[in-house]
Design a protein around this ligand. Sequence first.
Ligand code: SF4
Ligand code: SF4
Length: 156
Amino acid sequence: MTDPIARKGLKKRFWEKKKLTQMSPEEWEALCDGCGKCCLNKLEDEDTGQVELTKVACRLFDDTTCRCAQYPIRHQFVPECIVLKPSNIDTHAYWMPKTCAYRLLAEGKPLYDWHPLISGTPDSVHDAGISMQHRTVAEFEVNEEDWEDYIIEEPI
Ligand code: SF4
Ligand code: SF4
């Protein structure tokens, strides 16, 4: 099998050699493991800043593919969807899922072995039980005041 990292033109283990701010757009995009957890609605304690993830997914999240159903035009429907960039990762890392590659690297931690950049297959994030594939409930099915009934533990 062709080495998926080489096929994408990415240097092996580039994330161990570069800071997030030094990464090319291709390297930055490749860091996303496809877990879908940043598409979950979150609850933040205003006093403590603690963030809890719920299994109530954004209205554009496709639970089968585990991806945004309208990614290129998502801001037409979800204007509040945050575009994560090297310049704002330090601001947003605290609410990102604990297994998110961007948060891990921003906190100086290594990626897990199930990360597709290490395993060589995007399926490993699902096989490891990390992703939200087939695990969410739709936003339109749950009132916002009931979201706390759907809080999930991390890592999931
Ligand atoms: S939580 Fe992080 S790794 Fe997972 S889909 Fe979102 S950006 Fe990608
Ligand atoms: S708009 Fe798309 S990328 Fe943004 S949170 Fe919703 S499903 Fe995820």
